[in-house]
Design a protein around this ligand. Structure first.
Ligand code: ADP
Ligand code: MG
Length: 287
């Protein structure tokens, strides 16, 4: 599916419906195509509020999403523009954010977590092969395709993503505190001179940890303290929450939450880990 830049007014083509969610830069609504009747999601970005510098990032988001065709990445189909806003017409997913699902279930069974994480890592592997780094992987940006128990993950929100060449380093300090990789913080502190795509796999480690116990590995009252924890890379598996979690699951986390980005598992390595690779012969939980 090729992303198409439209010149018509979005309101002539779609009926904008209820709000589906919002982030720091946008509001997402249901949008029904007036002639086909098909429902989509429209991400509306207020250009004035964003300013020209951040609008450049929206252009990058559009360029990146248009390139990607992975089934675990939200598809972008059309882009509309007017004086005030930019409108991104995307594939609609109806299962909500993984974030809300974690709150509802408190934590996932290992079998379900393994399946979701595998899909996430497949999406990340595809990004990295395309020289794209997401930089904002977190449960709010992982959407579920439906409300079914076996719903698929769809990676969304490429608002902070960018292109990165193999040997170049990124310097911009972006991300979300609980999920940010140590090398981004060390770049900010001028201890390192930049970071690369490995930052996404750190966030995958944080997401996996949260999926299995319902709380984050690095947490403190204020950001500075949690940043110190992240840079030190010290975290625990407190009892009783982790008593029944398998050794394999912890082993995978131990290979992802590694401060030295060079030693951290890549997406391709993580997909080969037994906890991911051998998840198929366990019968899925019912309901
Ligand atoms: P921001 O860049 O402002 O964070 P997101 O792209 O993350 O915007 O979208 C904000 C929220 O809107 C998401 O967390 C999700 O709840 C909802 N949303 C985004 N895309 C879709 C979609 N394609 N289908 C359904 N809901 C979506
Ligand atoms: Mg978001």
């Amino acid at each position: 599916m090729q992303t198409i830049r439209r010149t018509e007014s979005v309101n002539d083509v779609y009926t904008i419906g209820e709000e589906l969610g919002r982030g720091s830069f946008s509001i997402v609504y249901r949008a029904t195509h007036k002639t086909t009747g098909k429902d989509w999601a429209v991400k509306i970005v207020d250009k004035d509020k964003l300013g020209p510098k951040k609008m450049e990032m929206v252009d990058t988001e559009i360029e990146i999403l248009s390139k990607l065709t992975n089934s675990h990445i939200i598809r972008l189909s059309e882009v509309y523009d007017d004086e005030k806003n930019c409108y991104m017409i995307m594939e609609l997913v109806t299962g909500g954010e993984l974030f809300d699902k974690i709150v509802e279930l408190q934590s996932y069974s290992e079998k379900d977590a393994s399946k979701l994480i595998e899909q996430l890592i497949e999406a990340v592997e595809d990004l990295h092969k395309n020289k794209i780094v997401h930089r904002d992987l977190k449960p709010e940006n992982l959407l579920l395709s439906s409300n079914d128990a076996d719903a698929d993950i769809k990676l969304a929100d490429f608002g902070l993503s960018t292109f990165v060449e193999e040997h170049t380093k990124l310097k911009k300090a972006v991300g979300t505190p609980g999920y940010i990789a140590p090398e981004i913080l060390q770049t900010l502190d001028e201890i390192l001179d930049g970071y690369g795509k490995e930052v996404d796999m750190w966030s995958v480690g944080v997401i996996l940890y949260i999926l299995l116990c319902g709380f984050p590995p690095f947490y403190a009252e204020d950001d500075d303290e949690s940043f110190d924890q992240i840079i030190s890379g010290v975290f625990e598996y407190p009892e009783p929450y982790w008593n029944n979690v398998s050794h394999e699951a912890k082993d995978l986390i131990n290979h992802l939450l590694v401060v030295d980005a060079k030693k951290r598992y890549s997406a391709t390595q993580a997909l080969q880990h037994p906890w991911i690779k051998d998840n198929n012969h366990v019968k899925p939980l019912e309901g």
